[in-house]
Design a protein around this ligand. Structure first.
Ligand code: ADP
Ligand code: MG
Length: 682
């Protein structure tokens, strides 16, 4: 049966029910989806040598005939089976050893011609250890740059690789959506060639140009979608928000603190933008604790004063309920409501969800903070003046688009916020459709957070210090990578740490465990109790990472700190140091390698988010800067923040296409439409 792009993977040779199920768990159902699965690395077995020229340390492929093959038990460990073979070609003989691969006795026989690939060991004479084998002439698993994919269930890499190889028979069905003009001018391979090249490249050059082509696709599509949103928005009318200096003055006078210069500048940027005749698209970038919320609240109050609606979108329920409180604290003239999947509140009280939604629709409530839940409601009838998106990288372009689509009404102004310190130039290229305001000044009186990497031997000293802090009325966070002890060996869990704390000198204090698997009600109660000082020690996973604000907390302990990216550690550390009190961050490494210690020490030396990001880049190299969730960039498979040139290319061609008119490129138009159709909420 001929294979097509939309054939099910189970039609591929070697893919039975079980393998098909494993693939389904990897979200691969069709041949097309299989072809789009990208290898995460390559084994370079492209060098082949005659046996006489092999040297210890070589990684290579040998084509040879099996002379003999035998199995025996290891002398020290009877359970360990050793398979030993001798292979030969015209130039000589070579020993081959496999450990615990008894089945090879049934597969490989003397006289067979095979290709073996692996590393040559020189310890006891030359030998190939645990090489990959295949029948001579196959050229799938040996003799080339060999792709390595992530797997699931009992699926083997050889089976997956074989299935992809078979899929290539229909690669010519892949239609290239990028216009020929662009491919020609950038010298990019066709999409089909790039997909072939990413799986089974003949040369490194072919591999790199294939990767570049596919990265370009991601970035180009991203830019086009941005452009589409921007275009749609430029065509729309909007409300101009009048600047009322008196109201702004009252707002500022009501604050319990003095705004920083950067905050004042940002508010001014925003307010002036919204007074213009075009919908605002602005990104507010500011390190953790720089005070983005009050900037949003002050701008929002100007919109509310016009009787227009403000929606404030937060990525988590915890954060939403906190912003709800902050808005109500900062904005005295209007009441803000809270709407999430499990919570709906107004004027400090719980309220029925449909009642709340009705009140929003009728215009009785005009200020709402919530999660994705808001996006699910049909609020097209309201007079939406402003949308605030907190931690905007947690929302896709599509979600933004959905929010900003107001059928016959003027378009809302958009304020996006992020704590990810992306350099200005990069942010402008990347979020090309956004104006930028940066909070590069911390509120006055903030004392840098004292940060220390704590070796095992100093833990008791740390406990003593924690006791003192709590006895002085302060509170403590303890963050662990995992929820249960079982998940992943090596890393500690909140359950485990909670037990340990209860056995230590800290047992006299009230501690609670917080993680994402708790019911929202329980989560909310724990956070509220912590906020109100009823809990001394909050033992948590990274759910507290974004935005939780308890100024009275002065100690942050991070367990298995080596497991987190530096920028993420910096974000976590930002949960403390939110008042004029001296705060502390203790980093407890699990496995201590030279490299991870060096990384953690960066946090000892600086409190500046931009500096942390830069050092992380230096130490960990490209593609690894923030760890996934914190990257601040959309969820690309291949492109990273370092693909600056490709990004510029994508931007250039986007502008070109817009000038000619997207409708001149039906395939491009289709691709964007398809991507938009897949709007995917929560
Ligand atoms: P982030 O930028 O991380 O979202 P927040 O808006 O949560 O920061 O602000 C952190 C804390 O600092 C809050 O408790 C907020 O009330 C307080 N804050 C904001 N601006 C100032 C200021 N100018 N002076 C003192 N405290 C401030
Ligand atoms: Mg915030």
């Amino acid at each position: 049966m001929a294979i097509h792009l939309n054939s099910s993977v189970s039609e591929l040779p070697g893919i039975g029910t079980k393998a098909a199920k494993d693939l389904k768990n990897m979200n691969i159902r069709s041949v097309h989806e299989l072809l789009l699965r990208v290898p995460y690395r390559y084994d370079d077995f492209s060098v082949t040598k005659p046996i006489s020229e092999i040297r210890a340390g070589d990684t290579l492929t040998v084509h040879a005939t099996i002379q003999s093959i035998d199995s025996r038990s290891a002398s020290r460990n009877r359970k360990m089976k050793i398979i030993e073979a001798v292979i030969s070609d015209e130039s000589g003989e070579l020993k081959v050893v496999w450990f615990n691969q008894e089945y090879l006795m049934h597969t490989l026989r003397p006289g067979m011609k095979v290709s073996l690939a692996g590393k040559v060991d020189g310890k006891f004479g030359l030998s190939l250890v645990n090489p990959v084998y295949e029948k001579f002439g196959s050229n799938i698993h040996t003799g080339r740059m060999v792709p390595v994919y992530s797997l699931s269930g009992s699926l083997t890499i050889k089976r997956l690789r074989g299935a992809i190889k078979s899929s290539l028979s229909c690669i010519s069905e892949i239609v290239d959506w990028v216009p020929d003009e662009i491919l020609l001018s950038e010298n990019y391979p066709s999409l089909a060639d790039a997909i072939l090249g990413i799986h089974f490249p003949d040369t490194k050059k072919q591999l790199f140009s294939s990767i570049d082509r596919l990265k370009f696709d991601e970035l180009f599509l991203h830019q086009l979608m941005f452009a589409r949103v921007r275009n749609d928005r430029e065509k729309q009318s909007c409300y101009s928000i009048s600047i009322n200096k008196e109201s702004l003055r009252i707002f500022v006078n009501n604050l319990p603190f003095k705004l920083t210069g950067a905050q004042r500048q940002s508010v001014w940027d925003i307010i002036s933008d919204m007074a213009e005749g075009q919908p605002m698209n602005r990104l507010l970038e500011g390190d953790v604790g720089s005070g983005k919320t009050v900037v949003a609240a002050m701008s929002a109050s100007a919109v509310l004063d016009e009787g227009l609606c403000v929606l404030y979108l937060a990525p988590t329920e915890i954060l939403a309920s906190q912003q709800y409180e902050a808005m109500n604290k900062f904005i005295t003239k209007h009441n803000t409501a809270l709407l999430t999947r499990s919570m709906s509140k107004f004027q400090g009280e719980s309220i029925k969800q449909d009642v709340l939604i009705e009140k929003i629709k009728s215009g009785e409530i005009i200020s709402v903070v919530g999660t994705h839940k808001i996006l699910r409601e049909d609020l097209s009838g309201i007079n939406l003046g402003m949308v605030v998106i907190d931690e905007q990288h947690r929302f896709g372009v599509e979600q933004r688009h959905a929010l900003l689509q107001t059928k016959d009404k003027p378009a809302p102004h958009l304020l996006s916020m992020t704590a990810t310190p992306i350099p200005r130039s990069l942010a402008l290229t990347f979020y090309g459709d956004l104006e930028l305001s940066v909070l590069d000044e911390m509120p006055k009186g903030r004392i840098p957070i004292g940060t220390a990497v704590v070796p095992e031997s100093h833990i008791l000293g740390m406990y003593d210090h924690i006791c003192t802090e709590i006895e002085n009325g302060r509170q403590v966070y303890v963050v662990c990578p995992l929820i249960d002890p079982s998940d992943n060996f090596g890393a500690r869990s909140v359950v485990e740490i909670s037990k340990e704390i209860k056995k230590s000198v800290l047992n006299k204090f009230k501690s609670e465990v917080l993680h994402g698997k708790l019911a929202s009600k329980d989560k909310e109660k724990i956070i509220t109790d912590f906020k109100n000082g009823k809990i001394d020690i909050l033992i948590s996973t990274t759910v507290i990472e974004v935005g939780v604000d308890v100024p009275n907390a002065t100690v942050m302990v991070i367990v298995n700190a080596e497991r987190f990216g530096l920028a993420q550690l910096h974000q976590l550390r930002g949960r403390v140091g939110r008042s004029v009190m001296q705060s502390y961050c203790y980093l407890l490494p699990g496995d201590v390698t030279e490299n991870s210690m060096e990384r953690l020490r960066v946090l000892e030396s600086t409190n500046d988010g931009f500096e942390v990001a830069e050092k992380d880049l230096l130490l960990r190299g490209p593609g690894n800067i923030f760890g996934n969730a914190q990257s601040g960039l959309p969820d690309f498979k291949l492109a990273t923040i370092n693909d600056f040139d490709l990004m510029k290319n994508a931007k250039k061609h986007t502008e070109q296409i817009l000038n000619i008119g997207i409708d001149q490129f039906p395939l491009v138009e289709n691709k964007i439409n398809i991507t938009f159709e897949k709007i995917h909420l929560e």
